[in-house]
Design a protein around this ligand. Structure first.
Ligand code: BJW
Ligand code: ZN
Length: 251
């Protein structure tokens, strides 16, 4: 059924209507979604680059680095503990649920998420690449062991059984993404004929380059965001609106 689109939920900045996007989506052989913080915003998770993303006036670019952790591990862990406390009670929203449903309806599907909050898993998504790690895992700086950790609050500072300091198992600025994740992401992108880029500001590399790579490899690329981004000029269509409003209309 072609659902009517309400004015406040979307303005399509391109020549494609939602019905056409829906048809292309379900005819596709392989679909990839690149997700960013905007997907979780409607669950109550602050995005990084809005004013709501600030914690005690620190910018994520200052906190999410290994230099900050080396200099002030307690401060960085306090930020992560604050975020984990906030996340612990949050639930997936309509956007997460719609993405999990799309996975069931298309032949091949890969979700590449930059989000570390674990809400996609809670919504039922299966084939997920967690590009920037997961806030509910910790990694030992001495023995490199990675473990799930859902303690809320977490003991600051947390230590491994080997005596080493634990850090969140996330990817900070200046750190390499895991080779395995990058390879899987590139295979999915290059194999896709349809890609959604949803709720990301499109400025953090290498994720920001994925939509362009998908276009170069021949995919039809559709962006969903509450505002235009640096990617908007390069994609096939941008839908301006909340992911939780637009995605359910594709089901
Ligand atoms: C909605 C919505 C709704 C809201 N519906 N939409 C100079 C030039 C180019 C690159 C670099 C450079 N200097 C350094 C670099 C590399 C650097 C980088 O890209 N920096 C840029 C800031 C310039 N990248 C890296 O360092 C990466 N590693 C790397 O490149 O290794 C090689 C290398 C090493 C050394 C030097 C150079 C290269 C690693 C990046 C790791 C990013 N990590 C973080 C933190 C993860 C852990 C944690 O969560 O604490 O990942 S940073 C943060 O940004 C987080 C996010 O995943 C990531 C992306 O943010 P995202 O998802 O786009 O969120 P926002 O807040 O930016 O945007 C939200 C969007 O949603 C907005 O557009 C809203 O409009 C929208 N929205 N509500 C739909 N309801
Ligand atoms: Zn250890």
């Amino acid at each position: 059924m072609n659902m009517p689109l309400t004015k406040h939920t979307m303005q399509n900045t391109g020549e494609y209507g939602l019905q056409e996007i829906r048809e292309r989506l379900y005819k596709s052989k392989a679909v990839t979604i690149l997700a960013g913080a905007g997907i979780s915003a409607e669950s109550g998770v602050p995005t990084f680059r809005g004013k709501d993303g600030l914690w005690k006036n620190f910018r994520p670019e200052e906190m999410a680095t290994s230099e900050a952790f080396k200099q002030e591990p307690r401060l960085v862990w306090e930020w992560y503990d604050w975020r984990r406390r906030a996340l612990a009670s949050l639930k997936p929203n309509a956007a997460h649920l719609a993405i999990a449903e799309i996975e069931k309806r298309v032949k091949e599907f890969t979700l590449i998420t930059q989000n570390v909050d674990g809400l996609h898993q809670l919504a039922g998504s299966k084939n997920i690449i967690e590009l920037h790690g997961n806030i509910w895992r910790v990694k030992c700086l001495s023995c490199n062991k990675v473990n799930a950790n859902r303690e809320v609050p977490i003991k600051i500072l947390p230590f491994c059984e080997c005596g080493g300091l634990l850090r969140p198992d996330v990817v900070w600025f200046g750190e390499m993404l895991s080779d395995n994740n990058l390879t899987k992401a590139f295979v999915a992108i290059d194999n896709s004929d349809f890609m959604f880029v949803i709720g990301t500001s499109g400025i953090v590399q290498p994720a920001a380059s994925f939509a362009l790579r998908a276009k170069d490899e021949g995919a039809f690329v559709v962006e969903i965001n509450i505002e235009k981004t640096p990617l908007s000029a390069s994609v096939d269509a941008t839908f301006i609106g909340k992911a939780g409003d637009i995605l359910p209309q594709l089901l």
